[in-house]
Write a protein of this length. Structure first.
Lengths: 107, 186
């Protein structure tokens, strides 16, 4: 039973998972056509990076990596609020959420 | 135990991320993203970051994703056209993503000295402090100024969001008029 609880997971698997999450985020950013989904892909990339920060904090037994993740979360919350407000403003001006049709800076 | 939980939640994580890409309706993508974030919270718990696991659920899965679903419903976003992106994205972007992923995977797999995570790790350190004790000590002594600056940042973000999303220049007809009024005020 104690061997069951002592099982180890190599940290490189966590890092691989974070790399795959980041890449999936980039792919979503490239292929999705909806402005909100593109924004969600950016959040997915942020989460992938956060996972590797927490993994390295575990590797070095240092709390700094976790604090960095804490700040990333706070900035992500601020970014989501402003970004979604911008999306609402864009939707009001253009009446579309398709990124292919939002191709001009001027109204 | 650790291995099983890791595989289950890493699988949920990847399935959610792939589902986010495959769904054509934004609300389904948002729900898959919530699955990804909650599974990541469990993985943080496995890595001994209890505080971040809770913060992940509250801030990401709670606050941010509620904001996302709220905006999806507010704007009544419909299905998107199923495309594979522009030609530039297909020909340059996707190969570049594959190359970056391959590079990262080689670096990670070749890295020397990476340890392993155990379930018994991380609850307390040598001095018997929990993860929350350590985080709080560093955050409120060494990093007090950045912490306070973050609160100012969030305040500015709230003001910016209200200013951007407010109904001041509503409609298409009187947009010039609204802009003129605002510049007049300033």
């Amino acid at each position: 039973m104690s061997a069951f609880f002592q099982q180890e997971v190599p940290l490189s698997w966590y890092l691989l998972l974070s790399a795959v999450l980041f890449s999936l985020g980039v792919v979503g950013f490239l292929i999705k056509r909806n402005l909100i989904t593109v924004f969600m892909s950016i959040e997915l990339m942020l989460n992938g990076v956060n996972l590797s920060f927490v993994t390295f904090a575990q590797q070095w037994h240092a709390v700094k990596g976790q604090i960095f993740v804490f700040f990333v979360m706070m900035v992500a919350a601020a970014e989501a609020a402003v970004g979604l407000a911008i999306i609402i403003a864009v939707f009001r001006a253009r009446a579309t959420l398709d990124v292919d049709r939002i191709d001009r800076m001027k109204l | 135990m650790h291995l099983i939980v890791f595989f289950i939640f890493a699988g949920f994580c990847l399935a959610g991320a792939i589902n986010l890409l495959l769904q054509s309706h934004p609300i389904n993508s948002a729900l898959s993203l919530i699955v990804v974030m909650v599974s990541l919270a469990v993985l943080y718990l496995l890595l001994g970051a209890e505080f971040l696991a809770i913060a992940q659920v509250i801030v990401y899965a709670g606050a941010i994703m509620v904001l996302f679903t709220f905006v999806v419903m507010l704007l009544n976003a419909g299905r998107e056209a199923r495309t594979l992106g522009s030609k530039a994205a297909l020909r340059v972007g996707l190969p570049a993503v594959v190359a970056i992923l391959a590079l990262m995977a080689t670096v990670i797999l070749k890295a020397q000295g990476l340890g392993a995570a155990r379930l018994s790790d991380g609850l307390t350190d040598v001095k018997g402090q929990t993860n929350l004790d350590q985080l709080g000590t560093v955050l409120f002594t060494k990093l007090l100024l950045p912490f306070e600056v973050t609160s100012v940042l969030i305040l500015i973000a709230i003001l910016g969001a209200v200013a951007l999303a407010s109904h001041e220049n509503q409609g298409t007809g009187n947009r010039e008029q609204g802009t003129a009024e605002r510049t007049g005020e300033e």
